[in-house]
Ligand binder design. Sequence first.
Ligand SMILES: *[C@@H]1O[C@H](CO)[C@@H](O)[C@H](O)[C@H]1NC(C)=O
Length: 453
Amino acid sequence: MVPLNYLVVLATLVCGVLSAVHQPPPLPPPPPRGANHGKIVVCNYETKSHFREGQGKFDISNLEPALQYCTHLIYGYAAIKEDTLKLVPLNEQFDVIKDNYRKVTDLKVKFPKLKVLLSVGGNEDVSGEGAEKNLKYRQVLESSGHRLAFINSAHTIIKAYGFDGIDLAWEFPETKPKKIKSGFGKFWSSVKKTFTGETVLDENAQEHRDQFTALVRELKNTFKPDNLLVSLTVLPNINSTVYYDPRALAPNVDFVTLHAFDFYTPQRNPKLADFPSPLYDLIDRRPDENVDAWVKYWLSNGFPQNKLVIGIPSYGRTWKLEDGAKVDTVPPEGLDGAGSPGPLTKDAGILSYPEICVKVQGGTGNVSPQGYRKIQDSTNRRGSYAYKLPDEEKNEEGVWIAYEDPAAAANKATYVRNKGLAGIAVDDLTLDDFKGVCSNHQYSILRAAVAAL
Ligand SMILES: *[C@@H]1O[C@H](CO)[C@@H](O)[C@H](O)[C@H]1NC(C)=O
């Protein structure tokens, strides 16, 4: 017979251990209002989030808890109309008829220091296929008449809805993705130069670079009398060395945001995965697949550090793991395209930070209750990943997730501070933890980054 009080002590101990195990790690206190230390904090807002269902649906009211941390809010995205090459709303019904443009710029009443920019492109305004893909973005550049039509239409919309300026997230042709042959036993060094996906060979790249500089100059000249801002976002896999002339652009932009991430996505690289946004050069990668390389290109070509902003993704990319996949190295071997859609974002191959945190948080050691092993970045150079091997018996899919956690976001902000760069940009708010499911606070990625600035 075990005495009752023994059982009570035992039960208390077990409960204590269990609750200690499930306790989330201690959080940094939220930074006070305006504590961005004079840095730029760009908050991207992708309006397609309005059309997600259930808990993933994002409305303007969800922006408010973030805005105390943001200096700039970027409304994504506007489009270019193919026949007229004018700037137009991407979703006329939502942006204009339902008055979303106006509702967002009205947030300045409550947040008077906030600047709200309208961004064009952002890989959300996709047109054409093959060599025609996003051709309109090159056509706008190709004559001064086209540029003028674009600039005047942009000026009209920006003024009409009370935006503070424009952001050009220009859809230049992307670099070619790397592909490895299917099957195991292949390493980076044996990567074959066979390419997948749609890439466009731009024979007039040099002209487009010069014309883009002209567009930005002409845009700034038109916007300056009204004190309107002009910023640029360099999209993932756009080769800056081809399309951006940092020295010539510098006088005519307020800031430039580098989206140095998504070098590997399950859509571009179904068989090859990697860290989402490495800060520094890693072994066996192309030398320009990291944040630091992009920063070096801009700074060493005459761009001022106090106008350079570093983008931080608030989502992860996911790949399906085949049976027998090898996950003891990065890149893992045995990948089979995009992972299944998440419950909130419902899009194959991508998960928002809150969708990831509920999978990987808690548990003993590195394995979460949901069966994910998390490999945190101890080097502060790479970013984190987590995986779960396929389980045939339970009929559960294997997944490999590359993502940025609050620690990685803070690490990028520290880099920005140490290098004297202008600030950070979170891409985007709607994929950050806007409901506060990962911790006691909303917006873990944004807050961690701002706290480290
Ligand atoms: C970017 O362009 C430069 C040439 O300007 C080239 O050397 C480099 O390999 C390109 N990078 C990628 C990722 O294609």
